[in-house]
Design a protein around this ligand. Sequence first.
Ligand code: SF4
Ligand code: SF4
Length: 372
Amino acid sequence: MQYRRLGRTELKVSCIGLGGMGVISQNHPDRTSAHKIIHTALERGVNFIDTARSYFDSEEIIGDSLEGRSEQVYLATKTYQRSAKRAEKEIETCFEKLKVKKIHLFQLHHVQYIEEFQQAAAPGGTIELLKSLQKQGLIDHIGVSSHNPAILPQLLETDIFDTAQFPFSVVERDHFKKVEEIVKRRDIGTIIMKPLAGGNITSVEAALLFLLSHDVSTVIPGCSTVEQVIMDTEAGINFRELTTEEKQQIIKDTENLPDQFCRRCRYCEKVCSKNLPISDIFRCEDYLILSATYARDQYKSLGKSAALCSGCGQCEKICPYHLPVREKLKKAHKRLSKGKIEDFAVRILRKTGLYDIARKLYFELGGKIPER
Ligand code: SF4
Ligand code: SF4
C-alpha cells in the first residue's frame, strides 16, 4: 500500500482509505461481515477510516471492530452540528461509540452554504468547541467536508481547516480543479469521496488509479463487501502513476457511461425559481442504495420537496449534461417519499433505545434482509 502525507497534519495515510457508510448494520445485520470488511482493509494496509455521527451505527461498528487495534488506524469523523452546544453532545457520543480517547481528525460535515460555515465559525459555534478540544488534546486536527464546489475554495481560504473532503471522480472533476492550487498553497490534506460516482463507474482500478495520479492524499471508497475492499485496495497496493495519455483515455472511456446522473455543479440551482436544492435531492436518492431510512431522513432535512417543482424547465436549459431534471426530480421524489410508517417506527424505536433489539427480532423472525 502506498502511504501519503495528509497535508499539514503530517499523518501518513494509506492512499486508499475506507469510507464508513458501507459497514452500517442496515447492510450487515449480524455485523460479522462488517467486521470482516474492516479487518480485511487493515490487513491490506488501510490505515485511514472515515465515518460520521450521522452514518447510523457506523461509528459503533468501527469502534467494536477496532477494539484492541485502534492504534493501527487514523480515525476521522464528522458532525453536522453548527453550534457548540449541540455539537458537544454529539462529539461525546463519537468518543463513546468509537471507543477511543483521541480522534485524529474531526470534520465539519457537509457544509453546503457559506451561512452554515459562518454559524459554525461564530462565537459559540462548533469550530470554537473543536479548537478547545484540540487544545485539550482530545482531537488532533480539524477538517471540513463539502459537496459544493462553489464555496469550497472560500472555506479553505479561511485557513481553519487542515483537511478538505470533497467528491472527485473521472466524471466529476470540478471540485479538484477549483481547490488544487489552494490546497497546495495552504498545505491542506485532501480526502476524496465518491471516487466511483456513486457506483456509476465500474472500471474500479482504472478509476482509482486516475485519482491517485493526481496530487490527492487519500481516496475513500465506501465498501459494503469484502470483495470490494480487495478490489479497491488493489489500486493502492499496485499503484503506478498514469501517463497524461492514459488519463485522457480513461476520461474518454467514461464519456460513454449512462450520463443521467447529476455531477453537482449546481448551475441549475441558480436559475430555479423555486430555489430547489436540486443536486442535494439527487444526492439523497443516491443514498437509497445504502440505507432507505438515511436517504429519506436526509431528504426531509433539506426542507424543500421536489414536489414544489413548477415544471418551468429553466434547469434543463442550463444543465451542461443535458439531464432531464424535471423527470429525474419526479422519480426521486417518488422514491424518497415512500416508507413514512416504517421511518416513524424506526425513529420511535431509536428514541426508546429498542432499535437494536427490534432489528434482531425482525431478522430472526423474518429471516430476510429488509431495506433498512
Ligand atoms: S423545472 Fe422545477 S427544478 Fe427546474 S428550474 Fe423549474 S422549478 Fe426549478
Ligand atoms: S442537474 Fe445538471 S446542472 Fe443541476 S447540479 Fe446536476 S449536473 Fe449540474
